[in-house]
Design a protein around this ligand. Sequence first.
Ligand SMILES: [Zn+2]
Length: 60
Amino acid sequence: MRVIEEGKIPEKETKKRCSQCKTRFAYTPADVQSDRDGKYVVCPGCKTFIDVTPPFTGYH
Ligand SMILES: [Zn+2]
């Protein structure tokens, strides 16, 4: 098989609002960090660690 034209897989973004500083941001799986307690992203506004360990119910 040979590739004639390479397509792009759209990055899967998840939108979230920080519960601390109310910054809205979108992150991709590449932004998710993990430690032994679970998975988290860092808020771009206040640098708070936001837990995104599935199942994530969200801040709505
Ligand atoms: Zn924040």
